[in-house]
Design a protein around this ligand. Structure first.
Ligand SMILES: Nc1ncnc2c1ncn2[C@@H]1O[C@H](COP(=O)(O)OP(=O)(O)O)[C@@H](O)[C@H]1O
Ligand SMILES: [Mg+2]
Length: 373
């Protein structure tokens, strides 16, 4: 484990009054015939960490650019702390911005890059230098202020960009795939550091990623986008465990999708017919469409004894693959191909190829959803 170099305690201004509410009301962006963002309603509460998660081209960057003021929207209103900012230039919106393509100035040192944000905001020179040094300290680069960007690693450059975004005590931070260029290890370290920094400052963050693991790890709330629209929004566990459509379920990870017909719906619960898998009680979020399926995450499918109560049926093991920490089993059950994932340490010794097995799941882990595809 690498120790976190960004320290929340060292941050002046911790515990300041809550600010940094971002609100988009019916915001759209058209590029000719392309509808990049389509009547988006979105709120970030003060101190909240909200992630826009979606595939490439779903409108995430366009949304960020409109909040930051680098793109003009076609329709709608953007408010920051309740104030419409549509006619304000970026520097007057009081937002710290780290974009993937918003690079450091190569001819300036790290310190000068951070100072630049203050120069733009007409902060007097002596104060500028001191605040920039503090900001670099905060991201663990206090000793590297004199280096040019090319003398810094990718992770260090990202830290400078973060210091530059924070140095003027912005109301909120906008981070658009800030870790996309980093390798996995460094990315995970930066994720934790940004999270610690954000909590320490109590600052709101609007974050963009196409990486569902990153979204799960960092967010208070995930907003899933597709084709310029929000398709689902909620806390990470809720969106992961209770997707409303097969598209959301599959975008957020592996899942078993079992087509079904609805027998009965009673508020939060439904009884469905899973064909060869029989009748089952499942969770219901009230999604409505033409075709339905039940989503059960591979880790929620369990080997059971035949006598165990609840949902389940006989299954045949097709293959088992050791993935290190987990084992993925492919099964067939009731005419469906299913995936079951268990921890390698839990791996059942009883499982032999071609042996008849029983698999089951808890009713609250099976989610009724709309089949779009
Ligand atoms: N300057 C532009 N001109 C024309 N189309 C654009 C422009 N910027 C983005 N788009 C289009 O808008 C859509 C959303 O893009 P973007 O917001 O960059 O998506 P994401 O960040 O989710 O990958 C895409 O279809 C993209 O091709
Ligand atoms: Mg983008």
């Amino acid at each position: 484990m690498t120790a976190s170099v960004i320290s929340a305690e060292s941050i002046p201004g911790t515990g300041r009054a809550a600010q940094g509410a971002i609100e988009l009301r019916q915001v759209s962006k058209h590029y000719g015939d392309v509808v990049a963002v389509d009547e988006l309603d979105l709120t970030v509460q003060p101190g909240e960490f909200v992630t826009l998660l979606g595939p490439s081209g779903s409108g995430k960057t366009t949304t960020m650019m409109m909040v930051a003021g680098f793109e003009e929207h076609t329709a709608g209103t953007v408010l920051i702390d309740g104030r419409p900012v549509d006619s304000l230039p970026p520097r007057d919106r009081n937002l710290g911005v780290v974009f993937q393509n918003y690079a450091l100035f190569p001819h300036m040192s790290a310190l000068e890059n951070v100072e630049f944000a203050l120069r733009m905001r007409k902060v007097p020179r002596p104060e500028r230098r001191q605040r920039a040094e503090e900001a670099l300290d905060r991201v663990g680069l206090g000793k590297m202020g004199g280096r040019k960007p090319r003398q810094l690693s990718g992770g260090q450059q990202q830290r400078v960009a973060l210091a530059r975004a924070l140095v003027f005590n912005p109301a909120a931070l906008l981070l658009d795939e800030p870790m996309a260029a980093l390798d996995k290890r460094l990315r995970e370290q930066m994720q934790e550091e940004i999270k610690t920094l954000q909590k320490g400052l109590g600052i709101s963050v609007l974050f963009v990623t196409h990486d569902q693991d990153e979204a799960m790890a960092m967010s208070d709330r995930i907003v899933v986008m597709k084709d310029g629209k929000i398709v689902q929004s909620g806390p990470p566990e809720e969106v992961y465990n209770h997707p409303l459509t097969d598209w959301v379920a599959s975008f957020l990870g592996d899942t078993n999708l079992i087509p079904c017909t609805i027998v009965e719906r009673n508020g939060e619960e439904a009884v469905v017919d899973l064909g060869g898998l029989g009748l089952a009680k499942v969770r219901d979020r009230g999604a409505s469409g033409e075709n339905y399926a039940v989503s059960i995450r591979p880790e929620h499918l369990k080997f059971r004894t035949r006598a165990a109560a609840g949902n389940g049926c006989a299954a045949t093991l097709v293959s088992s693959t050791n993935l290190g920490a987990t084992v993925r089993h492919r099964l067939t059950a009731g005419g469906h191909e299913l995936q079951l994932r268990e921890l390698s340490s839990d791996r059942g010794t009883r499982i032999l190829p071609d042996e008849e097995l029983w698999v089951g799941w808890d009713a609250d882990k099976a989610q009724l959803l709309v089949l779009e595809s």
